[in-house]
Design a protein around this ligand. Structure first.
Ligand code: DOR
Length: 450
């Protein structure tokens, strides 16, 4: 076969060659810090990183990274892809495209689908759909059968297929004895590569939160909407920290929203407990005052809280108490949101706005934002090929971000099948220019390539 650069367009059309991509002019930032470097990608992997001596074929796809940060692709610990069962709201295809546009090269697909992902057969079905996706789709499994909270799901058979994260997200596991058993069971289960699994809790005490459609406080009183107090979340954080201690098992807390929860996790970490936590962009940017117009686009679980909570989440992200920014991307069809506030479905889109919100709203260096959105969540999710250093030999899972680009969120132009973003019309700074997944440029100049 002639050298790559000597192939004609006809040759290339006939044969399938590992693509060569060259990211030129950017600053690499990964867990090892920043440096000016170009990145050469061949056959899915990073071949070389540096400023000199890179052997760039004439036919390489050159992606301009001038003024940009070249980083490991983002990893979302918390994405609702809605398949199977709610394809009118999102599919693996549309959701993974939204993810790629947001700079993600991997998402964890939540199991509150219909049916729930609670056994090997449904895990396989979603994994199969993930093969055609625009990023890695790591499937999460349910803790209990049907997420009904009464009987443990067969975690071992799901772990055997590589499932790492187990959660009944959408609800918490209410039964304390069952949660204890789930933690004990989880510590006996392992994945084919020998690594363990992790339980992730949606912290909401069901009886205390029952009927609550927003945060219980000044705004719920004014608006006459039943509320959920801080304690509905914090009681379950407290209980699960106790259960995780009792069983000697790690635990992950999903979408923390209150100052009290952050403080509980801070103390547990200081005492040496193996606990991790995530927070969403909406919980560090919006308060319950947003509900003032009764617009269901601002309905979400856990609910938008107070300004003091927003500030506490920001402090938790800054000081490492909260390990990761996760989107809780929760697409809903228009019919599900076009309802009175207390009857509307809870949830907000997140994948295409998360990075820009973090860069715009958190007073953190970009390297810290990337740690919260790439390599730390990759470790929590147990994704061996994600969040890795930008170095020769690694899989080319990368995002290229222009930190100075400004743009305005337009709900009608998002790749998601749904439009329920609470950030429509907001001006943000920081934009994903390119995303490369396993060496393929799935986003180029802000446009999805498939
Ligand atoms: O607001 C939410 N929506 N919170 C959740 O925990 C679930 C999610 C959904 O699936 O729509």
């Amino acid at each position: 076969m002639p050298p790559f650069e000597d192939l004609t367009d006809d040759d290339l059309a006939r044969i399938s060659l590992p693509a060569v991509t060259f990211l030129h002019g950017g600053t690499v930032i990964d867990a090892d810090g920043p440096r000016r470097a170009d990145v050469l990608i061949r056959g899915g992997r990073i071949e070389a990183v540096g400023l000199q001596g890179l052997d760039v074929p004439r036919r390489a796809q050159v992606l301009d990274a001038t003024g940009c940060v070249v980083a490991p692709g983002l990893v979302d610990l918390h994405t609702h892809l809605r398949q199977p069962g709610r394809e009118e709201a999102e599919t693996v295809e549309s959701g993974s495209r939204a993810a790629a546009l947001g700079g993600y090269t991997a998402v964890v697909a939540m199991p509150n689908t219909e049916p729930a992902i609670d056994c090997a057969a449904v895990v396989k079905e979603v994994q199969e759909l993930g093969r055609d996706a625009c990023c890695e789709v790591a499937v999460a499994g349910a803790i209990t059968v049907g997420r009904a909270g009464t009987q443990l799901a067969p975690m071992a058979e799901m772990a055997a297929l590589g499932v790492r994260i187990f959660t009944d997200d959408g609800t918490g596991v209410a039964d304390t004895r069952l949660m204890r058993r789930a933690l004990e069971y989880s510590s006996t289960v392992s994945r084919p590569d020998g690594t363990g699994v992790l339980l992730a809790q949606h912290c909401e005490d069901a009886s205390m939160a029952a009927g609550g459609a927003m945060h219980e406080g000044e705004w719920s009183s004014r608006l006459g909407i039943p509320g959920q107090p801080h304690e509905a979340e914090e009681l379950m954080v407290m209980r699960d920290l106790a259960l995780a201690r009792l069983t000697g098992t790690p635990i992950h807390f999903l979408h923390l929203s209150t100052a009290g929860s952050v403080e509980l996790v801070r103390r547990a970490k200081a005492a040496g407990q193996a606990v991790t936590a995530e927070a969403t962009p909406h919980h560090f940017t919006l308060t319950h005052a947003a509900v003032a117009g009764y617009d269901p686009v601002f309905k979400v679980h856990p609910p938008l809280r107070t300004e003091a909570d927003v500030q506490a989440i920001r402090r938790g992200l800054a000081d490492g108490t909260i390990d990761a920014i996760a989107t809780d991307h929760a697409p809903h069809a228009a019919e599900a949101k076009e309802a009175p506030f207390d009857e509307a479905a809870p949830g907000m889109l997140g994948l295409e706005t998360a990075l820009a919100l973090a860069l715009t709203e958190l007073a953190l260096p970009i390297a810290d934002v990337l740690a919260l959105m790439s390599w730390r969540p990759a470790t929590i999710a147990g994704l061996a090929d994600q969040g890795r250093p930008v170095a020769a030999g690694e899989w080319a899972n990368l995002c290229v971000v222009d930190p100075a680009a400004t743009w305005t969120v337009d709900a009608t132009r998002l790749a998601s099948k749904s439009t329920n973003t609470p950030f429509a019309g907001r001006q943000l700074t920081g934009k994903v220019r390119h995303t490369v997944w396993r060496g393929e440029a799935v986003v180029v100049d802000g446009e999805a390539q498939r």
